[in-house]
Design a protein around this ligand. Structure first.
Ligand code: COI
Length: 366
């Protein structure tokens, strides 16, 4: 059954028309699915959004049953890596209404990634209204359990069938949805990376392109073999200046001040990082975004100055870190004492689950 929706929406004073061809499943997979204690990113909802970029415009915008893609082996993104993505979450409030957390921030970051990877941008209408309608159709998939949510994954990749090394002329934009539980519930053990580099100035570290994650697999696997969950990336030259943890930004409470590496072209501008800074400032905690050297951390540790250390990300939310290893120095932390991280996490969860006022206007109603 196919319905055609023509909708008029208003954003930033402009009226745009977005045509979405909607085909719904006959029977929802949800009938046979338990939304409790779900592993991260393993299951997908009934529908997905798909659009094609051809001749300079986005067309064929469809919401349809979640299904495989038919691609030729020559698909350019598979060879030359023009592939970007985003991550967001949808929640339910106490009345059962569905909301997406800060989608406009992810929209802007998506287009920044697109620019850096020489890919076309998507319009606000396609991104925001497209995922709003998709989440609306699959809103019954938003889990109600604490620490659960519906993870939203927009992605775009080059689809030209060719082996010439040049920007693709055609692209696919997709949005898929995955009900998720906690990403990394237990406190993490992190190894400071001293050999491999995630990003260098002038590179693509600030963008959410697939290659950044591909290049992180080997260092992460090596760290896992040594008993560590993820690596803490350092700068490309000295391997001393802290960047971000595997898939998250990193923050410390040092002598009652929140300290996190300053943004730049080697660090992802995390939406959760920004939310944490905002909440901490409102809690009256001093925050510093600046360069952090690993030697500062080990020196402060000796003086008992490091009170808390945690990762911040959409998937992970706030992940407490109980061990940090640098060369032969092992820093251990009792995460039961991480009161500030816990307070920020609680506050974030209260906002997202509609238990407190959305004073920052972060929740976008479906
Ligand atoms: C996210 O936090 O949304 C991420 O993109 C991290 C990871 C699941 C790739």
């Amino acid at each position: 059954m196919a319905d055609f929706y023509f909708l008029c929406i208003k954003f930033t004073g402009m009226t745009e028309v977005l045509d979405i061809n909607i085909t719904k499943v006959e029977r929802s997979k949800l009938n046979d699915f338990n939304l409790q204690n779900i592993p991260f990113g393993k299951y997908f909802t009934d529908h997905m959004l798909e659009a094609d970029y051809e001749n300079g415009e986005w067309k064929n915008i469809e919401i349809k049953p979640y299904q495989p893609l038919l691609l030729e082996p020559s698909t350019s993104a598979l060879h030359y890596g023009q592939a970007i993505f985003e991550g967001m979450k949808a929640f339910r409030n106490q009345k059962g209404e569905a909301f997406i957390f800060r989608p406009h921030d992810n929209f802007m970051r998506f287009n920044l990634s697109a620019q850096r990877m020489n890919m076309p941008e998507v319009s606000e209408e396609l991104f925001i209204e497209g995922l709003r309608q998709l989440v609306d159709i699959d809103k019954n998939w938003i889990p109600a359990q604490p620490d659960h949510s519906l993870y939203i994954r927009p992605l775009m990749f080059g689809t030209d069938n060719m082996l010439g090394v040049k920007p693709s002329d055609t692209y696919k934009f997709l949005v898929i949805l995955s009900p998720v539980g906690a990403f990394h519930a237990a406190p993490m053990k992190i190894a400071v990376e001293e050999k491999y580099t995630r990003a260098a100035p002038g590179g693509v570290g600030f963008s959410k392109n697939a290659g950044n994650y591909g290049a992180s697999m080997l260092p992460a696997t090596k760290a896992k073999q040594k008993g560590y969950d993820q690596v803490l990336w350092t700068d490309a030259f000295e391997h001393k200046w802290l960047q971000e943890v595997g898939m998250m930004n990193i923050g410390f409470i040092i002598n009652n001040v929140f300290v996190t590496p300053a943004l730049g072209d080697t660090i992802l501008n995390g939406v959760t990082r920004n939310s944490v800074i905002t909440i901490l400032k409102d809690m009256g905690i001093k925050t510093e975004e600046r360069r952090i050297n690993i030697d500062e951390i080990t020196e402060e540790y000796k003086k008992d100055g490091i009170q808390e250390i945690f990762g911040m990300g959409t998937a992970a939310v706030i992940s407490l870190i109980e061990e940090l290893k640098y060369k032969d120095i092992v820093l251990k932390f009792d995460t039961n004492n991480f009161t500030i991280a816990q307070k920020v996490k609680d506050k974030l969860n209260e906002i997202r689950n509609g238990l407190t006022d959305d004073v920052y206007n972060w929740m976008f109603k479906i």
